[in-house]
Design a binder for this molecule. Structure first.
Ligand code: GLU
Length: 397
């Protein structure tokens, strides 16, 4: 009752809520296969762990780090963007935070005023919408369709822009759909953005390594877009470092400075030891990352074929990240004799309770017809989970 209107206006994170529910079932001894959390099932590569251990033993990294991150890590991130993504960032453009989620929160607090509008490409990652609402700005959802691989077009963006639009946010590769915007598609969107002075783009590239297309274009690398783009990235997905909590933004200096100010008041800085691990990751050998990506590629094939065998499920073929976002709405209105499944929430809860597979309801990502399935799990678990899904869905009448 006494919570703020801002907190009352947002939901609990659906990804974390479903993961917690799956954990509850597991703790009770139920053999649940959790495909809810977008979390690599691989261990952090050894050279990264070794660097963090060495940092502890060196005894030099026990004090507060600089608010935006250690200078050498920020320089390494800037160098990576110059070399691999063709964006001339310098250390002054980088702010390292506690995961990409905090990076996005910092940016939103730094750039949004109440009443500003933020265009969110939908389906969207659950926290975009919540973070916009926390700042009392207004999320404007622009929907991609499965026919267009869930991708929003430049024309749709143009139609959604008003005098209040402050920013656009999307992820590519996309969580939850796995879609990847090609260079051509991003160029078309950037042409629309550049017609509107002051309009910013928050380009979430957290899945950049897990891109099966070979075309990973950074919005900030396109002509005129350096000054308009906030690039979000981090170490969790590409280096299997979810628990280390290291994300970052790369942005024009005034936005980096604004984010830095927010961070200085909220967390002081990101964990010192995690940053030393992150430095080893970004300057080190990418072989472990490439191996993980090859595993994800195989799993994508496996899950795609198994999903196709389930009657009434429609799935697109994702081009990156490690998610499927199948349409399961043909099962809505059906019953197992006691429960009628009305929507994606009902279906996911029922699937967890009766089928012992945990998924995330699509409603939280902006499309209630769908559910999100993370294939960051072993082939054995994926095969068994899809078998269970097929079997239990067949019992619905
Ligand atoms: N980004 C991951 C996911 O979507 C981790 C959970 C979260 O932070 O939402 O599952």
């Amino acid at each position: 009752m006494l919570l703020s209107n801002r907190i009352n206006a947002i939901e609990e994170s659906a990804t974390l809520a479903m993961a917690a529910k799956a954990r509850e079932f597991k703790n009770k001894g139920v053999d649940v296969i959790s495909l809810s959390l977008g979390e690599p099932d691989f261990k952090t590569p050894q050279h990264i762990c070794d660097a963090a251990k060495k940092a502890i033993d060196d005894g030099k990294y026990f004090a507060y780090p600089p608010v935006p991150g250690y200078q050498d890590l920020r320089e390494a991130i800037a160098a990576k963007y110059q070399k691999e993504n063709g964006v001339p960032y310098k250390a002054e453009n980088i702010v390292v935070s506690n995961g990409a989620k905090q990076s996005i929160a910092n940016v939103m607090l730094a750039i949004l005023n109440p009443g500003d509008e933020v265009i969110i490409f939908s389906p969207f990652w659950v926290s975009y919408d919540a973070l916009v609402r926390l700042t009392e700005a207004k999320p404007v959802l622009v929907k991609g369709t499965m026919e267009n691989d869930f991708k929003v077009t430049a024309t749709q963006v143009e139609q959604a822009i008003t005098s209040k639009t402050k920013a656009i946010i999307f992820s590519s590769p996309c969580n939850p759909t796995g879609s990847v915007f090609s260079r051509k598609e991003l160029e078309a969107i950037s042409a629309v953005v550049l017609k509107h002075p002051g309009l910013l783009v928050i380009a979430d590239e957290i899945y950049e390594h897990i891109n099966f297309t070979g075309d990973q274009t950074s919005m900030a690398s396109l002509p005129g877009m350096f000054e308009r783009t906030i690039t979000v990235n981090g170490f969790a997905k590409g280096f299997a470092m979810t628990g280390w909590r290291v994300g970052y933004i790369a942005a024009p200096k005034w936005i980096a400075d604004g984010s830095n100010k927010v961070q200085g008041q909220i967390t002081s800085a990101n964990c010192s030891i995690s940053q030393r691990g992150a430095l080893a990751a970004i300057t080190g050998d990418l072989t472990p990352t490439k191996k993980m990506v090859e595993e994800y590629r195989k799993r994508r094939e496996l899950v795609y074929h198994l999903l196709k065998e389930i009657p009434g499920v429609k799935a697109n073929y994702p081009q990156g990240a490690f998610y499927f976002f199948p349409d399961v709405s043909s099962y809505f209105g059906k019953s197992d004799g006691t429960t009628i499944l009305k929507n994606s929430d009902d279906l996911c809860l029922w699937m967890l309770e009766k089928g012992h597979v945990s998924l995330v309801p699509g409603g939280a990502f902006g499309d209630d017809r769908c559910v999100r399935l993370s294939y960051a799990a072993s082939e054995k678990d994926l095969t068994e989970a899809l078998r269970r899904m097929k079997e239990i869905l067949a019992t619905l009448k």
